[in-house]
Ligand binder design. Structure first.
Ligand code: ZN
Length: 187
């Protein structure tokens, strides 16, 4: 960001960074869409406000940034490292906690982790399947593999719906309207 931006432009730029629809989530959406999957975004009626909701699969997808959601960070086991309470986390390869103000960041990330777990639990209690996709799984090298795994999960979730419940009739009003041409993009 440079000083050539007007305050208004800067505001819009910042708002974009913090708003929903960040890059990793867009990658997932694009993949799903181009493979014929239809979904809803940020459905408020679903607990935990998942990033992507696929009602016909009874599946809620979260696309998590590795830093903010503390991907792979673990509580430190070294007693010497335990300062004050037990709020110390170990870095992981994709979540490096800043050394400056480290306690602050650890607390923040831990809070996010706790909230994530609560959301997942709440969803599962309400009969939803939860799929978590991490930012680091969406690099050009990994995205195809990751999304194929997600696809498998979706199919399993669909199967279990038919096994355990009366099938939920497919409801078009729950899904984004799509042009007929999009049908042809399915592999
Ligand atoms: Zn990660």
């Amino acid at each position: 960001m440079t000083d050539t931006m007007t305050p208004e432009q800067r505001h819009r730029c910042m708002a974009q960074i913090h708003s929903k629809g960040t890059k990793p989530e867009v990658k997932v959406r694009k993949w799903l869409w181009s493979h014929g999957y239809r979904y809803r975004l940020n459905v408020k009626s679903v607990p935990g406000k998942p990033d992507i909701v696929m009602r016909s699969y009874r599946t809620a997808i979260f696309v998590n940034g590795c830093f903010w959601h503390g991907h792979g960070v673990r509580e430190a086991h070294n007693e010497k490292l335990r300062i004050k309470n037990e709020e110390l986390l170990q870095d992981s390869s994709c979540c490096k906690i800043p050394t400056t103000n480290r306690e602050f960041w650890v607390k923040k990330i831990q809070r996010n982790q706790v909230r994530d777990q609560e959301n997942y639990r709440l969803l599962q209690e309400n009969g939803w399947n939860v799929v978590v996709i991490w930012e680091c799984q969406l690099t050009p090298k990994r995205i195809e593999h990751t999304m194929r795994e997600v696809e498998l999960l979706l199919n399993e979730n669909m199967l279990s719906l038919y096994k355990h419940h009366t099938p939920i009739p497919y409801s078009t009003e729950e899904d984004t309207p799509l042009p007929m041409a999009a049908e042809g993009t399915t592999e």
